[in-house]
Design a protein around this ligand. Sequence first.
Ligand code: SAM
Length: 316
Amino acid sequence: GFEHQDQPNKAQRPRYDSTPSSVAQHYNERPDVGAVKRKESKIIRLRSFNNWVKSVLIHRYVRPNQNVFDMGCGKGGDLIKWAKARIHHLVAADIADVSLEQMQSRYKTLRDRSFTAEFYAMDCYQELIAPKLRPDLQFDTVSMQFCLHYAFENEKKARIMLQNVSSRLRSGGMFIGTMPDSNWIVKRVRQEPPRSFGFGNSIYSITFDDIQDTDDDRKKIGFSTYGCKYMFHLVDAVDCPEYLVHWPTFERLAGEYGLKLKFKENFHDFYTSASKEEEHSRLLSRIGVIGGQAPEMTEEEWEAAGIYLAFAFEKK
Ligand code: SAM
């Protein structure tokens, strides 16, 4: 449970308010530790697993010569995936300007730089990207990896985010991504003993700090459509406020922007189904995640993997 002594001490953790600049600040302050240091991390296999999920999504939906928009691209963790997918052009945007600069220099040193790219440091949930782009540029794919949930602070942000997804996405184009699975989080917090508003293990924790100390309040978690805030801590990775994405609200809103749900799966089920496909399971063993039936992660990493889901929408 939440009171477990392995839990990071809540009081000692840095606190961030939910203004966009603090999200940018948080990600900007994450040092670019480089490949060597990353390999020493406690969540090295979880990271590989998350990368595998993204690779499978890209492999399924992205075709050579496409134009791609990577919204919330961060430090460019997916640059090599875009190169391998042999895309034609990449538009990359993130609110964290330092992260974006790191991505730009990574792009310049990319061995297989077969695609062109343009970069925008901007708040994609408060500002439109279309006026910044060549008027005739259309996307075949829009990708949002582990970043969409920050838009669920309020409806206005969620709408601007979806307008950025949709306005230049061609008819038949795909919108793919990964984000926390609210259903799973809500189910999980309700399993906790009375008066506990969080859960986790030695590598992650999720706490609903704004919830008052009554069980009635806990029952309300998961019903509000926007602004349901929790603190997310992942060792060596994240420590900042996030928002539950109320799925029915998200799917309905996406529909208003011409996006139709094609696929949605929690990472645990995603593992089961995608690892049955031969080429994807080969990739899994190549990146060192599996060596048999179950993923070769610690149980705690595997539990943390279950926080997330993968999705794909098609533009009408
Ligand atoms: N997509 C990258 C990946 O998969 O490696 C980065 C994921 S990181 C967990 C979340 C990213 O979302 C951060 O780089 C953060 O700066 C970005 N982000 C959060 N709010 C944003 C906003 N309003 N506009 C653009 N980017 C945002």
